[in-house]
Design a protein around this ligand. Structure first.
Ligand code: CDP
Ligand code: MG
Length: 708
């Protein structure tokens, strides 16, 4: 806690002894982890097996310790690195920072991380945490992943679409690398850890390093790690790979259910937080929510409620954690609270297994998770709030029993639990595959339908997504990437439809506007409408809103923020500048975290397009030009008004409505393009701009002239 107003002098000696005691604590903590007792065994297994599956309870030390064991065992000799993939950005960042601290180095040096839009590594990085999607992108430039001696695919049980694709790709790379080894020596080679011992003429083994196209290329060791995983599925996929179990440790957790069905779980979650705080013994609380918007709304309500408590009961701090949170704020969940203060963490399902937060004794589980769904017949993908699976419910309650006995409050009746699915369907079976297909094609996989997937996605979904890529001009009729558009699209780390929009925009003189648009579309809810200030928020939103629609409205917000920053830049230092921007956001009912994220994305994508040589042009005040460009880019997402005021999605024929958050909600233009489906009780379209239907015939005749 900051001691404001006090002139506290801390002597150098105090700092030193604080450092030493922190170091000692870290070292003790490391030794106490279950994985510490099996270090030697584990290293032997890795040496013996090219592919190893490691299963261990969440919190046993897999993610933070195993890469360090491998480093110490010499797996980074010859400058090679250990790559550790995570399905979630937050996990990659927080774990890298933790491991850097354990190693006593600055993050970005020996230990670093790389996620989309943020690369904190250097040439000296030897343990690199990254998202699984990022490693796939790296493979575009380095198809043999030649800088890695070991790749650890962590959290494999999450079965994100990137994990599944990565596993298939790694299997191929591993084979190629060991083939290159056999081809080049074709003799009795013993390989350990990248070193080849070749039997020489005299019968003695001589050490030599494998060469591949002039580079040293050791075999690729693969480690698949997970908390709860059907090891058999993975083992069979990797030709009977060995599974290694880390002995676990778990205390009992008392589970309670609600008596009746809960209508509004946000409300019961809030009530439960305060019941625990006021009635239960010390210990931190972890509540599982579905997304940023929900977390922020409960965060605000909880903070208001705390202010209403008697002074002696205000010892509760609320800390959010979700993917889009700026990375320096993510670490707050790990910071210990001062004595006598309880913390409540509001998390998405990242806290299920990816991120282990110490000190949790109480878990609140409303039983929902936000996940993607895809209807391949209609080609519609949306994010929907689903009930969790049994496996997820068990993982969540398990978080309460890591350091001692705990309690879990499920916000649903007991019979509901038994009706839950056993496990979650892998994402690859319920998402739009255009991104995956574009990447696999770029990696040289010509026939994606025949790719060796762990579990194949529905064929219908493959064909629908392939069709989309052909319509976007990314894939030519021969199934290969088109030149240059397909290659350019594969290089931009965005959804193919957004990458294409940037290319189209650069050709129609409005890349600057499109860059802002896709950055703003890549974050969750820019506008923030607190319940008790709806009117005021709406009035402020009007200052930004454009009669053309939401895309230009988002551009107005972004540009106003940049103008504000430019004006203040001369008088304020960096910290104060960000602080005053946060104040500006608050006054204008803009979500400052989302805006910050959008600015980060903007600067990263800008770097990409500049490196690709796309001219960063602007249409100035010619908004018609930009709206035409939106129509030419998002021609796959068109909806037209029907006599009853609803809309019909052009591609699927589905009846949809304009989302109430849109600036066009009341205006109801005849024809619109949109960027998102939202499915609640109704089907909504969101992020909408009014267009002239005739433009489509001119700008996307290959689709609209044929279909109309
Ligand atoms: O991967 P696994 O779930 O097996 O465990 P881990 O992420 O390696 O975490 C091991 C221990 O380090 C846990 O006790 C975490 O609470 C702790 N940890 C931490 O205090 N701060 C972090 N940023 C990451 C881990
Ligand atoms: Mg882990």
């Amino acid at each position: 806690m900051e001691r404001q107003g006090l002139n506290v002098k801390v002597s150098n000696n105090d700092c030193k002894s604080e450092n030493i005691s922190r170091k000692r604590k870290l070292a003790e903590h490391r030794k106490s982890l279950p994985v510490a007792s099996v270090e030697n065994l584990l290293i032997q297994e890795v040496l013996r097996n090219d592919t190893l599956i490691i299963v261990g309870e969440t919190g046993s030390g897999k993610t933070t310790q195993i890469p360090q064991f491998l480093f110490n065992a010499g797996f980074c000799r010859d400058g090679k690195a250990i790559g550790v993939t995570q399905p979630r950005r937050v996990a990659a960042v927080t774990v890298a920072k933790r491991v850097a601290e354990e190693c006593g180095v600055e993050v970005g040096q020996k230990v670093g991380y790389s996620i989309r839009f943020e690369d904190v590594t250097s040439s000296s990085t030897r343990i690199k945490y990254m998202t699984d999607g990022l490693l796939l992108r790296e493979a575009l430039l380095d198809p043999y992943l030649s800088r890695y001696s070991v790749i650890i695919v962590d959290e494999a049980h999450e079965r994100t679409v990137h994990t599944d694709v990565l596993l298939g790709f790694l299997k191929k790379v591993q084979k190629t690398r060991s083939r290159s080894l056999n081809d080049s020596f074709n003799t009795e080679n013993v390989n350990t850890n990248g070193l080849v011992l070749k039997k020489g003429n005299n019968g003695k083994y001589v050490s030599s390093l494998r060469q591949h196209r002039g580079r040293k290329l050791p075999p690729l060791k693969l480690i698949i790690m997970s908390a709860s995983l059907d090891a058999r599925l993975f083992s069979e996929y990797f030709g009977g790979a060995r599974a290694f179990r880390i002995p676990g440790r778990q205390y009992p957790v008392a589970i309670s259910y609600t008596r009746k069905h809960v209508l509004d779980y946000s409300e019961t979650t809030l009530i439960t937080i305060f019941q625990i705080h006021l009635e239960e013994s010390p210990g931190d609380i972890l509540a599982f929510l579905t997304g940023q918007e929900e977390i922020e709304s409960i965060e605000n309500l909880a903070k208001e409620t705390i202010q209403k408590l008697p002074e002696s009961k205000r010892n509760l701090v609320v800390i959010p954690i979700y993917s889009a949170l700026p990375s320096e704020q993510q670490l707050r969940v790990f910071a210990p609270t001062p004595p006598g203060v309880r913390k409540v963490i509001l998390a998405t399902n990242i806290a299920e297994t990816s991120v282990t937060i110490p000190g949790i004794k109480y878990v609140i589980d409303p039983g929902f998770v936000k996940a993607r769904t895809y209807d391949p017949n209609k080609g519609m993908e949306s994010l929907i709030v689903f009930p969790t699976s049994k496996a997820q419910a068990l993982q969540r309650s398990g978080r309460a029993g890591r350091e001692g006995p705990g309690k879990c409050f499920r916000q649903y009746p007991e019979d509901m639990f038994y009706k839950l699915e056993d496990s979650t369907k892998p994402e690859i079976k319920r998402c739009n595959l255009s991104n995956v297909i574009l990447q696999l094609t770029a990696l040289g996989v010509d026939n994606v339908a025949e790719f060796d997937f762990l579990e194949a996605p529905p064929r219908q979904a493959i064909f629908k997504s392939l069709e989309q890529l052909i319509l976007l001009g990314a894939i030519a009729n021969d199934g290969k990437l088109s030149d240059p558009v397909g290659h350019q699209m594969a290089r931009i780390p965005l959804d193919p439809i957004y990458s294409k929009a940037l290319i189209v925009a650069s050709q129609s003189n409005c890349l600057e506007e499109m860059l802002i648009t896709v950055s703003m579309l890549s974050v969750e809810s820019i506008f923030y409408h607190p319940r008790e200030k709806q009117e005021e928020a709406r009035a402020k939103m009007k200052c930004f809103s454009s009669p053309e629609g939401d895309h230009l409205t988002l551009i107005n917000v972004y540009r106003s923020a940049v103008d504000f920053l430019n004006k203040k830049k001369l008088e304020l230092n960096k910290d104060k500048l960000e602080k005053s921007l946060r104040k500006w956001c608050k006054e204008n009912f803009i979500n400052s975290r989302s805006l910050r994220h959008a600015r980060d994305i903007h600067s990263q994508i800008r770097g990409h397009v500049e490196r690709m040589g796309l001219p960063l042009n602007s249409c100035g005040d010619d908004m018609l030009q930009f709206c035409r460009c939106l129509a030419g880019s998002f021609f796959l997402n068109v909806a037209t008004k029907q006599p009853d005021g609803t809309y019909r999605d052009f591609a699927s024929g589905e009846v949809v409505q304009i989302h109430p958050s849109s600036v066009l909600f009341r205006k109801k233009p005849d024809c619109v393009i949109f960027n998102e489906f939202v499915q609640t009780n109704n089907k909504y379209i969101r992020n909408i701009t009014k267009i002239d239907r005739l433009w489509l015939l001119e700008l996307a005749p290959h689709y609209h002239a044929l279909k109309s």
